[in-house]
Design a protein around this ligand. Structure first.
Ligand SMILES: [Zn+2]
Length: 243
């Protein structure tokens, strides 16, 4: 008899939890920690093991609701039968995975060769989607690094992995370049850092003004690239952009 109230309270606690969507639980953790969760923020630290699969089910369910509201016969139309699941997977596991997974592990090495010459990496292909319309943003990125003796050296391919992680979120190009510059700055600590991103925004090509040729170019200059006009010119002259 004595164990009965305990059993009841346990069952209640468990069933309380069951009805709460996993997105709400993750959101509550973010709010409790006073952490921002904008579209281009990474929230991996607030997702527990196994929850991403539950989030996938939740997004699929809501996506099915969108298709239903668009009056698409997903039961009769074999082309859209699994679209809700496909879109959910594409968002969470592919194009926006940079929100949901932890950053790539990058091994940094001390600058043993004491490199102090301008180094340029690029073009790196970048793929994202705009936060405004969730339309693709596809373009190219160039990174200029001015190292010093204390700069950490990372492999060339690692710049692409860092860029992929930052761009794998609904983004705003001018915020993306700043986020990426902050990350590279933190990992490598160079004397100067320069970033140029040139991208086509398909929300302007597919809809809106329907201009296929308009590109947006953003740059970030830090450290010696800000102070030294010649260095900045050298970097900009060396990146082979089509004009
Ligand atoms: Zn847009």
């Amino acid at each position: 008899m004595k164990s009965l109230p305990e059993l009841n309270s346990n069952t209640e606690a468990a069933s309380d939890d069951v009805g709460i969507p996993v997105s709400v639980k993750i959101r509550e953790r973010l709010q409790a920690a006073r952490r921002r969760f904008n579209a281009n923020d990474n929230i991996a630290d607030f997702i527990q093991p196994g929850e991403l699969e539950l989030l996938l089910d939740e997004v699929q369910h809501k996506m099915q609701g969108v298709l239903d509201s668009m009056v698409i016969d997903t039961a009769g139309d074999h082309n859209t039968a699994n679209t809700a699941r496909r879109v959910a997977k594409m968002y969470l596991n592919e194009v926006f995975s940079g929100r949901y997974v932890k950053g790539p592990t990058i091994t940094e090495f001390p600058n043993a060769e004491r490199l102090n010459e301008l180094m340029i990496v690029g073009p790196i292909t970048v793929r994202s989607a705009c936060s405004h319309h969730f339309c693709p943003v596809i373009g190219k990125l160039w990174i200029g690094i001015m190292p010093n003796e204390r700069t950490n050296v990372i492999g060339l391919s690692k710049y692409a992995r860092l860029a992929e992680w930052i761009m794998g979120r609904p983004q705003i190009q001018e915020e993306a370049v700043v986020q990426l510059a902050d990350l590279i700055q933190e990992k490598t600590k160079p004397d100067g850092l320069a970033l140029v991103m040139e991208a086509t925004h398909y929300c302007m090509a597919w809809r809106g003004v329907k201009d296929m040729n308009s590109k947006m170019i953003n740059s970030v200059m830090r450290g010696v690239f800000l102070k030294d006009v010649n260095l900045r010119r050298e970097f900009l002259a060396l990146i082979p952009r089509e004009r």
